[in-house]
Design a protein around this ligand. Structure first.
Ligand SMILES: [Zn+2]
Length: 263
């Protein structure tokens, strides 16, 4: 088994709001990979999110609960685990914070749990999961709700807020456990998965924004040269277009996480 994780802040010296972990229980029954991308409150809003804790506190709580439940409750589906982890996290600051605030701390989620029989996956919002079969075919698991919304609409803070965790908009793990039902989930026989690669959108830019290759190329690059190489290539593409003249984007560079598991 080979496991490699790399995470890098979008801007040196600024807090990286991605969160990632791999857990391998001692039983040898399998493991779990969790990648979260904490959603940064938009500039130009009122600046508030109703929470005294902040995004890093939120992702640490949520991610910790996801890892713990994935190992201790193998009887629960990943959807049920996400729901319970959101509830636990919400309970931890319900008394101090306004969880009804539209910008209450929130995150995108990728989970992969493998065992002797199957590989389960869950994707919520715009992080990416790639699953590779033994014959080399690569399947991208995407929750494309955010992509279906015109970019112009998202540029307006008020419009983006109205679409956040709302019907017809996009969904993230925030304070409502019911959002778990919106996640893209699936189960694949273990014999049909050779490797899994999870990317936050800051790393998926190599494919989705800079178009330097497709998903299969991306996985092949990480296998051959490691996750850091993918992040380095994204940063090089960003540096070559510092003002976003060739590739229009909100953030010149974004937090980037690459998590690779070869089963
Ligand atoms: Zn809080």
């Amino acid at each position: 088994m080979r496991i490699e994780l790399v995470t890098a802040p979008g801007t040196a010296g600024r807090l990286n709001e991605d969160w990632t972990a791999v857990s391998l229980p001692a039983s040898g029954e399998g493991g779990v990979l969790v990648v979260l991308d904490g959603v940064t409150p938009p500039a130009g809003g009122d600046g508030g999110d109703g929470c005294v804790h902040g995004v890093p506190w939120f992702t640490a709580r949520l991610g910790g609960a996801l890892v713990e439940l994935s190992g201790s409750r193998r009887d629960m589906t990943l959807g049920a685990i996400l729901s319970e982890a959101i509830r636990r996290t919400a309970d931890a600051h319900r008394d101090t914070c306004d969880l009804s605030h539209v910008r209450t701390p929130q995150a995108t989620v990728v989970m992969v749990r493998w065992g002797t029989d199957a590989v389960e996956h869950l994707v919520l919002s715009d992080s990416t999961l790639l699953l590779e079969s033994p014959d080399g075919a690569v399947r991208a698991v995407l929750d494309d709700r955010l992509d279906r919304i015109p970019r112009e609409a998202l540029r307006l803070v008020a419009t983006a807020d109205a679409l956040r965790n709302a019907e017809g908009g996009f969904f993230t793990a925030a304070a409502d456990p019911a959002v778990a039902s919106r996640a893209v989930t699936g189960r694949t026989p273990a014999a049909e998965v050779r490797s899994a690669l999870a990317l936050t959108d800051g790393a998926a830019r190599w494919v989705e924004m800079f178009r330097e290759g497709g998903w299969a190329d991306c996985l092949a690059l990480v296998r051959k040269s490691g996750p850091q190489e993918l992040v380095d290539r994204v940063r090089a593409a960003e540096s070559a277009d510092p003002d976003g003249a060739a590739f229009r984007r909100w953030k010149t560079s974004d937090d980037a996480t690459v998590a690779y598991v070869e089963l």
